[in-house]
Write a protein that binds this ligand. Sequence first.
Ligand code: BTN
Length: 276
Amino acid sequence: MTPMIIARQGRVDEALDADRIRAALGAAGSRFNIIVRERCISTNSELRSLAEAGAAHGSVLVCEEQSGGRGRRGRPWRSVRGGSLTFSLLWRFPEVAAAPVGLSLAIGVAIARALGDLGVPGLRLKWPNDVLRSGRKLAGILVELASGARAAPFAVIGVGMNLALPRDFDPTGALDATDIAAALARPPSRNRLLADLLKNLGADLDRFSSEGFAAFRSDWLARAAWMGERVRLSSEFAEPFEGRLVGIDPDGAALVLGDDGLRRIASGELSLRKLL
Ligand code: BTN
C-alpha cells in the first residue's frame, strides 16, 4: 500500500510514488522516465547533473523534500513536505532548433491549462511565467537551458506548486502565496496532479518544438495578469523602469510603454512587479 503523508489542517495525501504516477499517465507513461526521491537539494540542479550524465529526454525528478530549492533571479524556493509539489522535467531539443525563446511562457500556458482542467478557477499568468490565482502565487516555473558546442540543447523545466501550505508560508517572499487547497474542495493527489501536468507539458512541448511560441501567444494573452496596468520592471542587467504593460511580441518578449517610448523586454531577463 502507498504510504500516506499529512499536510496542512490534517489533509492526507499519498506519498509520491512512481508506479502511481505512471498509472495516472496512462498511454503517455512511455514518454516519461519518472524518478521519485525522498530528499534532494534542488530537483533542477540534480536533474541537470543527470542530464549531463546522459539521462533520457522526458526524465522527471520529483522529491518529497527539497532542501535548497531555487527560484528565479537567485531567490530560494521553499516547500512543505506533503503540501507542495516540486519536480523538474528534462526536455531535449533537436540539434538544429533555434534557441527556445518563449519556452517558459508556453510552459506557463501548459500548467494553467492542466490546472484549469482540474477545476482550478481564476488562473492568471504573470510575465514571464508565474501562475497566479486571486493575485497570489500558486506556482513558480524555473526553466534552465543548456547547450554545448557538440551537445544538443536541453531544458530543465522546474515547477514548484503549492497544494496545502501552512498559513503565512511564502515560498519566495516575493508575492503572497496561495494554494490548491484554497481553490478546490477535493484536491487531486500529488501523484495524479503530476501526471496531469506532465501530460499537458508533453503535448505542449511537442507543439512548441514544431510551431514555436506563436502557437501559445493568444492563450497566454487570454490569461495575462496586469495587462494594461502600470508596472515596474527590474533586472540584474539594467536600471529598473516603470511603464504600462501593453502586450507581448510573437516571440514572448514583454512590451512596456514607458515615458521614453515602447520597450521590448526579452523573455526571462526581467521580472515584473505591480506598483502599489
Ligand atoms: C520562481 O517562481 O521563482 C520559480 C520557482 C521554481 C521552483 C521549482 S521547485 C522544483 C524546481 N527545483 C528548483 O530548485 N526550483 C524549481
